[in-house]
Design a protein around this ligand. Structure first.
Ligand code: G6Q
Length: 547
């Protein structure tokens, strides 16, 4: 990047938006819809089978026009081109950001440092497909000749959240004769529970770690190794048939004792939280099969192409990103609820928490200057309809304004009786209730006594967007994830931050390394932390001594 970028607050469109906000902040959705009967159709966009209804946001056509100007003025166009070209836009780590290359079709070309990475991507995909077929087909056997029936992915953060989410999301398409588990936490309970009912001789571990140095993953992998070897009476040769690795670091993989022939590679231009469609997706591919995995990649690619080529005013990720900025920076909404109305997407909110907050939870610009506006809001959520019987109360009647993303599919993969119509009716009704509410007059007209009426009022004017697709297939999931990835990108560019680093996770890691020996030491350690930290360490040591 050349020269210093202007702060978003210095842009003309930002200043215009400030004035505009003051003008429309009191506007209510009831009036906006009443004044424009076509709003519900006009404020929608559709591409690659994904329909976005953003009409229930507190916006006018002028808002959208100004937000689009803001995107133009921010240089979004040139940054999209820079990402797809392989420029090193992750400036604090001096890396290209090329998750889009992971789903580029065979035969296309993307250059990084003079090397075309697309053939490399497809060579790994071919190797993954061959391996996945052998495991699924029973040709890849465990050390004692038994078929592999269990796959445990060991990884954390970006090397875990994507695989877990995708496994759950695509369970309908999964190989049901096999068991898939995911171990991430340094808490030994995670491994103990994931392995307690499995036969080691039928279990394959995929150690997924970009760096192959992550404390949690390496500790869990060592524990898994001991568990396996113990079952084979100390025979270390068993490791080769029961462990494969996904990493960028072949040296560390070899040092661990995994044959690098059984390593599936990816590259430093793939960020952890953008890696579910790289070799990190090996467990996904074994679960759903190579054909479905390629369909997933094709879904990602279709959304990539839409993002790269479509004018901003019809560009789904850009519209979503701009609305996020509008709600966050002008209305001051601190959080966003992601509410998928599909049980298979139960892990999507957790996945999106990392994608959004690790990417855009930053407080300095790409130039290292302290930011004086809000960046990423807090993302959270649960699948519907469950959330309706829990926290929706606050969304409807609380004092905070919480924008919601509703995600729904017109057809169910499990069409049981009237379940799906009821599910759809509920999500559509929630968006309607949030937007239009119920006035005091309407409550009283129902015969509610005066004293009770205020409790039954719904102020409405709660913004939401609806993302609708036909069915949750592998391709749809790819489109959905890419939609959020590019929306996050859009926001990060406008906020002037590096969405692709994660320095914020480092300090705690370093401090933990110091505390581990202090907890383990047989001798009383000299503690030189603050009084609270010292006290907590002492308390833990004391409790340990009691047992
Ligand atoms: C993601 C982050 C982080 C990372 C994990 C695991 O963008 O970088 O969540 O994925 O810390 O790292 P390894 O894959 O190197 O073990």
């Amino acid at each position: 990047m050349e020269g210093k970028v202007k702060s978003i607050t210095e842009l003309n469109a930002w200043k215009d938006l400030k004035v505009h906000y003051e003008k429309i902040r009191g506007t209510c959705l009831r009036d906006l819809f009443a004044d424009d009967p076509e709003r519900g159709e006009r404020m929608t966009a559709e591409a690659v089978g994904v329909h976005l209804d953003y009409s229930k946001n507190i916006i006018t056509y002028e808002t959208i026009a100004l937000l689009l100007e803001l995107a133009e003025e921010s240089g979004l166009r040139s940054m999209i081109d820079a990402m797809f070209r392989g420029d090193k836009i992750n400036i604090t780590e001096n890396r290209s950001v090329l998750h889009v290359a992971l789903r580029a079709p065979r035969g296309s070309s993307i250059m990084v440092d003079g090397v075309d990475v697309v053939p490399m991507v497809h060579a790994v995909l071919d190797k993954m497909a061959d391996f996945a077929n052998r495991v699924r087909g029973g040709q890849w056997k465990g050390y004692s000749g038994k078929r592999i029936r269990n796959v445990i992915n060991i990884g954390i953060g970006g090397s875990d959240l994507g695989p877990v989410m995708a496994y759950e999301a695509l369970k309908y398409f999964s190989e049901r004769t096999m068991t898939f588990r995911f171990v991430s936490n340094i808490d030994g309970t995670d491994f103990a529970e994931a392995s307690q009912d499995l036969d080691p001789s039928e279990t394959l571990f995929i150690v997924s770690s970009k760096t192959f140095t992550t404390l949690e993953t390496m500790t869990n992998a060592q524990t898994a190794r001991s568990w396996l070897i113990q079952a084979f009476d100390g025979d270390e040769k068993a490791v080769a048939r029961h462990f494969v690795a996904v990493s960028t670091n072949s040296k560390e993989v070899a040092d661990f004792g995994i044959d690098t022939a059984n390593m599936f590679e990816f590259w430093d231009w793939v960020g952890g939280r953008y890696s579910m469609d790289s070799a990190i997706g090996l467990s996904t591919m074994i679960s759903i099969g190579p054909k479905n995995f390629l369909e997933l990649l094709d879904g990602f690619h279709q959304m990539d192409e839409h993002f790269r080529t479509t004018p901003f005013d019809r560009n789904l990720p850009i519209l979503m990103g701009l609305l996020a900025i509008w709600r966050n920076n002008f209305f001051g909404a601190d959080t966003v609820a992601v509410l998928p109305y599909d049980q298979y997407l139960k892990r999507l909110p957790a996945y999106l928490q990392q994608l959004t907050m690790e990417s855009n939870g930053k407080c300095v610009t790409v130039d290292g200057e302290r930011i004086d506006y809000q960046t990423s809001p807090i993302y959270w959520g649960e699948p519907g309809t469950n959330g309706q019987h829990s926290f929706y109360q606050l969304i409807h009647q609380g004092t905070r304004r919480i924008p919601c993303d509703f995600i729904l599919f017109a057809r169910s993969l499990n069409p049981l009786g009237r379940h799906h119509e009821m599910l759809l009716a509920n999500v559509i009704a929630q968006a309607e209730a949030l937007a239009f509410g119920k006035t005091l007059e309407e409550v009283k007209a129902d015969g509610v006594p005066d004293w009770l009426a205020p409790h039954k009022v719904f102020e409405g004017n709660r913004p939401s967007s609806v993302i609708l697709a036909e069915r949750l297939t592998p391709g749809t999931l790819g489109k959905l994830v890419a939609l959020y990835e590019h929306s996050v990108f859009t926001q990060g560019i406008l906020w002037r931050i590096d969405s692709f680093d994660q320095w914020g996770v480092e300090l705690g890691k370093a401090l933990a390394q110091k505390i581990i020996p202090q907890l383990e030491s047989d001798l009383e350690p000299e503690l030189d932390h603050d009084s609270s930290t010292n006290n907590l360490i002492e308390r833990c040591r004391k409790f340990k001594r009691l047992f």
